[in-house]
Design a protein. Sequence first.
Length: 786
Amino acid sequence: IESSLGNLGNVSFYKGELDVAQENYVKALKLVEQSQNLNGQIQYSENLGNIALQRNDFQAAEQYFEKVKAYLLSEKEDAERVTVMEEKIQSIKKQPEYLDTKEKAAQGEIDQLTQDKRHSDLIKKYQEMEEMFYEAKRFDKVIEINRKIIGVLEEMNDAPSIAICHANLGSTLLQEGLGGKPELLDQAETNFKQALEFVEKQKDQRRQAYLLGNLGILYLHKKDFDQSCNYYNHSLKIMTEIGDELGEARSYANLGKIEALKKNWDAAKEQYGKSLQIMEKLQNRPGMAQQNEALGEVFLQKENFEEAEKFLQNANAMYEALKDPQGVQIVQDKLLYIISHPRTIEKRQGEIEAELKKPEVEKDAAKKVSLLTDLSNLFFLGSRLDDARNTLEEVLKIQEESGDKSGMSSTHGNLGSILSEKEDWEAADQNYEKAIALREELSSDTTASLELYSNRANVLIRLNKLDKAEKLVKQSLKINEKTGHGKRLLNDYRNLGNLNLQKRDWAGAEQLYKKALDLNTQVNNKREMAEDYRNLFTLYTQNEKWNEAEKYCHKALALAEELQDLRSACQDIRSLARVYNEKNDRSKVEPYYKMALERSQKLDDPREIVIDLRNLGALYLEKGYTEKAEEHYKQALGISEELGDPKEMAEDFRNMGNYHFRRGYADQAEEYYKKALDYTLKVGDGFGSAKDHTFLGNLKFRGKDFENADDYFKKAADLFHEKKDFVNLVQLYMTVARMNLAESRKEPCEGYLDRAAEVAQLLGKPEKLTHSIEEMRKLVDRIDKK
């Protein structure tokens, strides 16, 4: 009975029927309490806590999760589950509604203590509140309470405590000021100086040194490098005098940061080196990791890749040992930059090609295959996809001659990945199919093919071969549910979610994305939880539930900010800007695009910066701010030309074409569109070429040159069809049909609508699209009746 109630509860929970789920879980919990089944009590209490969370009943959720934690501790259950439960409880304590309830409950006691002038007890109560808000990262409330504490201390004439409070308040204001509220920096400075005045009189050198260091940080943020340097040097002198080696090491690191910002790389190297030396002496692993990373960055800027790689590898090993995924990710991005840099690739390519020319290698098929595979990986890293594919095809010939079926399977799998990157979905599918067949011929154990199933399923979804994709994923899911392999199970839920999204089965997609989210929530994998929130965001944007889309995008952004994942934060902020545009909340669009630009500039990735410049350019063009639009588009083009990336340059030429098209300068627009087309054709960018043909078609159509316009539209349609990009293909047909309708060109309009209907059939006849086609046909019928 208990098991059935639990299963009914699970089904209802996934359907969103929370009342029914709660009723079944409560009944099941009573039964397991009667039978003293501890595992059951843990399971159902946690489920009820999750329901309370969904309802924003945070106090009930906290009680359930505290109960689960107590059960786990009493049975000495696995420490990881205890940690997850503690983090859930901490998450509840950060909720605004929870904090408001606690604050209101404390206010009566605070009023009474104030009235009774029980200053010491009042300060203790304020400190409890301060700690609660600090843990919840509600620093606005921390600042407010700190000021109240200072007021009470002033009534008590407790000068030492007042100084400490000014220092603490200054630190909080500084933290908030650096986090995007620059107006608080002056207040932070005032509080630091008030504290400094007292500690100097008391000759408290340690506190003096740390306050000077904080003032150094403050002026560093203001980009007043001279003043910052003065404070850091003053702090360093005191740290050295009092023998505070950790403080000394941090001062050297801060001085190194100033020199790095001034691009004085040799001076930065010297300061970071001194810091690292002390950190190594102290065996301070976080400090050692940070200074190795800083030195790696210095050598990266000096383009001394060998030294940079050495320091970055040290940092990577230390961050891994410290279990710091954010540090690992940042360092690995830098290592990837080195490995994929043209100079590194050219050097390694020369070494491999020299090896391949050796007579002993020519005779050793296994060695030759290994070197050619390395060479292909090298080309892949450098985005030389055709070279990577050609090299693997050479590998495949050798493996076929020797009958190495295991090697052939791996090579076909790698070819599938390269062809997917090239968006040659048909060829990618063929290679994945061969890889799977060879793998299964060698072993009846299908678990060895599961990664290939997942990769092929993604390709089949792109090809709109949904039945085949579904069969593969369900086959994989069945195995992974039996083995309980969390990561592969997660991929299956996501793939099935994507598949349902393509089929426009919104409820099915939602259920599967939430199952993936539940898996990641259970192990508190915040990076993957953020990805699940983004999948739900995509779902709600496609079915136009904008409030839900906004909610989940904010959740993804909050995790990205917590993880200091600037790249993902940029993407989430851009997504929110698009949501606000769709909700006609236009006042938020520009601030969010500007916020994204701030993050991408902080990330210092030119490819991210150009995205934000383009978004702002398009926004200003739409608003009619032509000078601002041109300025942002030109900045983006300048960065793309510096990068020398043809695809990026094509995008910016295309935008400049749109700018001139909107302003009615047809000749200039055509010139830019053709430049973009030249680049996309040169690099074989089919999707980009389709866009350029579309824009040129629009241009010719507006100039009443219908024959040339149709030629361009046909070329665009052929490219979209070749890429199996049916969504963009049907959008093209519908747009051109509307344009012909506006010109009362009946036959061409009907032709484009017929083609749109054919593609709609391939997409499963979406209701909204089918309705649009029918409505437009009615308008076409009226053309002769006018």
